[in-house]
Design a binder for this molecule. Structure first.
Ligand code: AMP
Length: 281
């Protein structure tokens, strides 16, 4: 595995591979790697059919608001490097913030209202940070195919819109959510939870399963489904609801009736830790 820190060198590597007709797959991450991240590499190898896999590790300052956990976000370089090597990554791209955001930069990417709903309500500048950095990463790495996790479903649908709107060339793959044994979606932020919070955090996936069962049983009214999920989460004293919503995956507009494009998503606080989860019908 090669480690590249310079965006210029990264791009030169990709251009050389393209000349050799190698197919490049890309897995963007913020590091603190876990089995969820590694599953993206497997999905990419299987579905993306790429000979070369690039993973990036970059804790992107632009997607954290000043009151969020940028400073506290776990940075585990030695562990990440070992895991990436074990997963058969060809290039680990590890740029600095100074290289990604030169002092005179003025260009940012925003995807209209899609970044202002759901997680965008409590994190109004978050998706502008995500799309700006992903646009840069896609330009630098020039991948044929890029994989993102369904875990961050809103992020996936916003990036899909950006790639389409800006006529970018990479193919996008969405990889399924990898969960702990009790159903909690794996996340680098789970390590912030106390033992009691960790026990109660299972209510996210439980409430999504309840919704799935109601829908299989014929329930179509999203208000009824959301109320049931709400009641289940509320019965956990350490959980505080940020949002529970059912939206259309294409537009992220709220649905009043379930359709085949529905995304059921929620964000729940445990103390200062904010966890997200979702299912797509
Ligand atoms: P992050 O490092 O949190 O920015 O995540 C990097 C990528 O890994 C994103 O595409 C996430 O959606 C994906 N990811 C994070 N957690 C999981 C998980 N539990 N299962 C599948 N993909 C995940």
């Amino acid at each position: 595995m090669i480690v590249i820190t310079s965006p210029k060198e990264m791009n030169a590597w990709s251009q050389t591979m393209r000349v050799k007709k190698e197919r490049i797959g890309f897995v963007p991450t913020m590091g603190c790697l876990h089995a969820g991240h590694l599953s993206l590499v497997d999905v990419l190898r299987k579905q993306g059919k790429c000979g070369q896999v690039v993973m990036s590790i970059f804790v992107n300052p632009l997607q954290f608001a000043p009151n969020e956990d940028f400073d506290k976000y776990p940075r585990t370089w030695d562990h990440d490097k070992k895991l990436a090597e074990g997963a058969g990554i060809d290039v680990l791209f590890y740029p600095t913030a100074a290289d990604m955001y030169p002092a005179n930069a003025k260009t940012f990417v925003e995807v209209g209202d899609m970044g202002k709903v759901m997680c965008g309500i409590t994190r109004p500048s978050h998706f502008r940070g995500v799309t700006s950095v992903v646009a840069k990463l896609l330009n630098i790495v020039a991948p044929h195919v890029t994989v993102f996790g369904q875990k961050d479903a809103q992020q996936f649908f916003i990036i899909r819109r950006m790639v389409h709107d800006l006529m970018m060339e990479t193919e996008l793959i969405m990889a399924p959510i990898i969960r702990e044994k009790d159903g909690l979606a794996m996340s680098s932020r789970n390590m912030y939870l106390s033992a009691d919070e960790r026990d109660q955090a299972v209510c996210l996936s439980e409430s999504l399963e309840m919704a799935r069962k109601m829908i299989s049983g014929g329930e179509k009214n999203t208000g009824v489904i959301i109320q049931k999920m709400h009641d289940h989460i509320q019965s956990h004293p350490l959980a505080k609801i940020d949002y529970i919503t059912i939206v259309d995956t294409e537009t992220l507009d709220e649905l009043t009736n379930i359709n085949s494009n529905a995304l059921i998503a929620l964000a729940i606080y445990f103390g200062k830790t904010r966890l997200i989860d979702n299912i797509i019908l």
